[in-house]
Design a protein around this ligand. Sequence first.
Ligand code: FAD
Length: 327
Amino acid sequence: MTLLVVLEHDRGELAEASREALTAGRDLAAKLDASLHALLIGGAAEPLAAEVAANGADVIHLAEHDLLVDYGPDTWAETVRQLADELDATTIMAVGTDRGNEVMAQLAARADLPFVANCVSIDTTPGDEPWTITRIQWGGSLLEDVTLSADQKLVSFGLHAVAAEPFAGASDGSVELFEPDLDDELAVTMVKDRVVLSQGVTLSTSPVVVSGGRGVGSADGFAVLEELAELLGGRVGCSRAVTNNGWRPHADQVGQTGTRIAPEIYIATGISGAIQHWVGAMASKKILAINTDPEANMVTKADYAVLGDLHKVVPAISAEIRRRRSS
Ligand SMILES: Cc1cc2nc3c(=O)[nH]c(=O)nc-3n(C[C@H](O)[C@H](O)[C@H](O)COP(=O)(O)OP(=O)(O)OC[C@H]3O[C@@H](n4cnc5c(N)ncnc54)[C@H](O)[C@@H]3O)c2cc1C
């Protein structure tokens, strides 16, 4: 039995979601007693094979073709379909990033198969039919139980639904070249160029996120949050009340209609913790809420809370960090 994991990378840089996919793939392959195959698409991905092997893949397939020099949902999906057929893969999975789900949806349409997106857990054993799956719906505000029955099962795990864990076993996976049969008509959508809006650590991968909500009061009020985030090596996020007011760009928004984050620590200041914000923040390892209202959702759900005016508390934290670092 073969489980094929489709990995995501951007011009040779492995997405954090791919490490999550390999962790989830190892777990699912063990449940199914299946061998774990991983697919890297495009020649730029070749240097990633060693890391993928170190993450427990038994076989790493490196797909190369002139039409695979950059991301394209149609060409990627067709590549996955051809390899899955060649391997007779019984399960194909990805992580539910925009690209992961886009490729899987394309594949489902091509192969006329059902696809269960954004799973958080899959309950199955070898030969079990159908599978029982819990998946995220409505941006994380709803968990839905579904069953999946198909000869070839297509699933994606929700982004940050599984924490990436290092593999403890031997990393002796073999690398095999795969040359799919693709023609120009397939390349309907392809990345040609991109404009980088932010560089380095992104909101979704930052180990520290310092967010501000309506309680910050103005765009200028974010200066103290920028300062704290810089001291902690993190990124600034915000609530939708903030983006609605035009104080920060939408790229900084955490939540159902923003970014899902999973930092080591999330510092939420002046944010009430509405469900649509919470679903984007709930994968954080620890949450510190700073709020004047002891009844605010964010305060009652947080691991730690400071009750007080963020304009006084946040500069005090920054000052204390500086004092300790200089002593
Ligand atoms: C379909 C839909 C999608 C949505 N998607 C998102 C999303 O992706 N992300 C998101 O964030 N929201 C989203 N929302 C909006 C969400 O419902 C809330 O309206 C929003 O999160 C509230 O933002 P807030 O917590 O900053 O503001 P408020 O709810 O107004 O809370 C402000 C908080 O600041 C505290 N405060 C005030 N002054 C201070 C001070 N000086 N010091 C400390 N604390 C102070 C208050 O006690 C309060 O808790 C969505 C809504 C809908 C309907």
